[in-house]
Design a protein around this ligand. Structure first.
Ligand code: AMP
Length: 453
């Protein structure tokens, strides 16, 4: 990929980025004091018409990075059209933002509408996503729109009903691009790309917290001489990560104790399966903690209600699968738990990114029992961090039992863990030593550290 990296010095003011007054006025109202790193580097490049591939942690201000220049370009195109008396929108769309989840579609469209208030309705933004009836969305698309935020499947449905056409797309944004380019979406995306103007006749912007190598290679065909930006969020330090070793079968009790002890007002707990959400909610109810669940088997209405209730602080504990891991912006979310570890190290970053957003203090906690020790090491290695193993007061890990169980687990379920050509006994002993090492009790939790959360 031919690319260049912009000057990494951070511009201190939005005024320096080349944005027009209606946008600057809105940013002042929203009390955005200064651009985040991704905004300072991305906005001028996008305004200059360049393609972009941007890797930034979630919560770094990605939405405004593409939304502000997109709105500016559209408003300038409208002004040019009105002087040339060019025709109406038809059922076309100019700026297309593709996102992987319904909630993200709603959230991004809401942000764009908020940034656009001083255009007084001149820029029409529509969100379309599955799980709700298409009729309302077809009505909203009547006469076309300026910006469409869509999940791929529903967009294809609407295209096949002639509700919208993509052949005049001028800007394509792939938000959470690693997910959009992954197996689950790539076929739909390919279909959509074939309906848009090719290559250089549109501007393409890719945003993601993570860019695995295989995804990066897929982007080569999508982008034309892109500017490449990789920023570590300046806010990363406000997110504190901690990991606790627990005995097998004690995760629920540990979770319940921590929630009660610290009286967190909002806790997002990630598990790996839809039925685990319900199961954990039931087990927490036995500890007199009421929790709601959020997963793909719930209807869209229920999902929206639960999310609104959680955002409003009416629901204190939300147990969710990874559909909540991407892009959701829950203001001041203090605590995220990994009750189950995510399968992929990239998803770990997405999950913990729900907390500590835009400079807020956040806490990301993982509970690991012996079966998780090995996998958490991989997560640490891939994401280039290392955490001290801690234990929770009153739940000291039985090291010998944990080590024996971990050894058994590694020996039976993860045979690759043993180097080739060594006997099973030796592998078991080595695994046992390794597990003992990894599970070693460092100091029990120092409760002072919790103050402020
Ligand atoms: P995003 O990464 O786009 O989901 O944004 C995360 C949060 O940061 C949202 O609540 C935005 O409203 C907020 N935000 C974005 N840019 C700024 C900024 N320059 N200053 C303060 N907050 C911001």
């Amino acid at each position: 990929m031919s690319s260049d990296t912009p000057d990494s010095s951070i511009t201190a003011s939005f005024d320096d980025l080349g944005l027009i007054p209606p946008l600057l006025a809105r940013l002042a109202e929203l009390e955005y004091q200064q651009p985040t790193a991704i905004q300072a580097q991305g906005i001028p490049s996008i305004l200059a018409g360049r393609d972009l591939i941007a890797g930034a942690n979630t919560g770094s201000g990605k939405t405004a990075t593409f939304a502000l220049p997109l709105l500016q370009q559209l408003s300038q195109q409208q002004a040019a059209r009105s002087t040339s008396n060019e025709g109406t929108k038809g059922n076309y769309v100019s700026g297309l933002v593709l996102v992987p989840t319904r909630e993200l579609a709603k959230q991004v469209a809401d942000s764009i509408r908020s940034y656009a208030v001083h255009f007084n309705g001149a820029i029409k933004t529509v969100a379309v996503f599955g799980g709700v009836s298409t009729n309302k969305q077809m009505l909203a698309l009547r006469g076309g729109c300026d910006i469409l935020v869509a999940t791929p499947g529903r967009l294809l449905d609407l295209i096949s009903s002639n509700a919208i056409k993509l052949d005049r797309v001028k800007t394509l944004v792939l938000d959470e691009a690693d997910r959009m380019l992954s197996l689950g979406f790539v076929d739909e995306l390919t279909e959509l790309l074939a309906l848009m103007p090719a290559g250089e006749s549109k501007q393409t912007l890719l945003f993601s917290a993570t860019f695995p190598e295989q995804v990066k290679s897929l982007t080569q065909n999508l982008l034309n001489d892109p500017v490449e930006i990789q920023v570590q969020s300046a806010d990363a330090s406000t997110l504190v990560q901690r990991v606790f070793t627990v005995n097998k079968g004690e995760k629920t009790a540990v979770l319940a104790q921590l929630i009660k002890q610290h009286q967190w007002r909002q806790v997002l707990v990630f598990v790996n399966a839809k039925n685990s959400c319900e199961h954990l909610a039931y087990k927490l109810s036995k500890h007199e903690i009421s929790a709601e669940v959020f997963h793909g088997n719930k209807g869209q209405g229920a999902r929206s209600r639960v999310l609104e209730g959680f955002k409003a602080g009416e629901i204190e504990v939300l147990i969710a699968t990874d559909i909540a891991a991407r892009g959701l912006d829950i203001e001041k979310l203090p605590v995220v738990f990994n009750f189950d570890l995510p399968r992929s190290p990239a998803d770990y970053m997405h999950r913990i990114g729900r907390s500590g957003r835009a400079g807020e203090v956040g806490l990301a906690l993982s509970l690991i029992d012996h079966e998780d020790y090995h996998h958490f090491k991989i997560i640490e290695k891939k994401n280039k961090f290392q955490l001290e193993r801690e234990q929770v007061d009153g739940f000291n890990v039985d090291e010998s039992a944990a080590a024996a169980l971990a050894a058994d687990f590694l020996a039976h379920d993860k045979p690759m863990a043993a180097p080739a050509g060594t006997g099973k006994k030796k592998a078991k002993k080595r695994a046992q030593e390794k597990a003992e090492q990894e599970g070693k009790n460092k100091a029990p939790v120092n409760t002072d550290i919790w103050s402020g959360y």
